[in-house]
Design a protein around this ligand. Structure first.
Ligand code: KIV
Length: 286
């Protein structure tokens, strides 16, 4: 077990990562981290057990992303994810965590009709799943939704740049390249802040554009494929631990190889069952 000083090198009881506070992280803590110039990590999570591991590791913000569609539910994109699925898995992540702020994604089709639909969907995630905030995609087109949710007391994380729910129109391409697109992205980010968003995810945008957005906002930016100069970084956890099969995006980094580890464990178990060496006496009741 590491000493408290080793876990918390800054010695700051308030740091989002490595801080010693045990109560749940709030959007006020996130705002304070931006004022201190502190960088912080966010990971996705989709189940209680994995969420508890990340919570114990000190990850301060967990996103129940609609990436659950691709990585957890076996869909090809995030588009089919339903509010029922999001509510069930968000509730599991909330139950698995004690400290992290849990953010639930509003799935495609649960907020595009307008602010009232967005409020109904977000209320479900807050009341039935217990999330502390919701995330929604889109700049100008989602501002009325953001405004109403914030007025109703629901913290909103905005998601700009590549917005995977729009895969059928945008594809999976870097966004914000060129002066006009960069200007639009900056304008969208400022508008999201003005509408009351507490943070902005920037996905797959040029590093220089993300850096400028980060300098221009009072709320934190959370980058994924957006270079090193955002306030926070997020990764889809299955990419980060090497569980995702096939090709992973260039912007992710693999910190473990769980696909290999799980496969090896499954083979070792199967070999012992077939060879008659599992179970042994210590696994047996009489
Ligand atoms: O759904 C998700 O996991 C996300 C992150 C990639 C930011 O939106």
């Amino acid at each position: 077990m590491k000493s408290e000083a080793a876990q918390n090198p800054s010695g700051d009881t308030k740091s989002l990562y490595g801080g010693t506070s045990t109560r749940r992280v709030t959007v006020h803590d996130i705002a304070a981290a931006k004022r201190r110039g502190e960088k912080w990590p966010m990971l996705t999570a989709y189940d209680a057990m994995t969420a508890s591991v990340f919570d114990e590791a000190g990850i301060p913000v967990m996103l129940v992303g609609d990436s659950m569609g691709n990585v957890h539910l076996g869909y090809e994109t995030t588009v089919p994810v339903t509010l029922d699925e999001m509510t069930m898995l968000s509730a599991a992540v909330v139950r698995g965590t004690k400290r992290a702020l849990v953010v639930g994604d509003l799935p495609f089709g649960s907020y595009q009709e307008g602010p009232v639909q967005a409020l109904r969907s977000a209320t479900r995630l807050v009341k039935d799943a217990g999330v502390g905030a919701v995330k929604l995609e889109g700049g100008a087109r989602s501002l009325p939704q953001t405004e109403l949710l914030v007025q109703a007391g629901i913290p909103v994380m905005s998601h700009l740049g590549l917005t995977p729910q729009s895969v059928n129109t945008l594809g999976y391409r870097v966004q914000g390249r060129g002066d006009e697109a960069a200007h639009r992205l900056l304008h969208d980010a400022k508008s999201a802040q003005a509408a009351g968003a507490f943070a902005v995810v920037l996905e797959l945008v040029p590093a220089e554009v993300a850096a400028e957005v980060t300098r221009s906002l009072d709320i934190p930016t959370i980058g994924i494929g957006a270079g090193p100069d955002t306030d926070a970084q997020v990764l889809v956890y299955t990419d980060m631990v090497g569980l995702t099969g096939g090709k992973v995006p260039r912007f992710t980094k693999q910190y473990a190889n769980l696909r290999q580890t799980l496969g090896d464990a499954a083979k070792a178990f199967a070999d012992e069952v077939v060879g008659g060496t599992f179970p042994q006496e210590e696994h047996t009741f009489h």
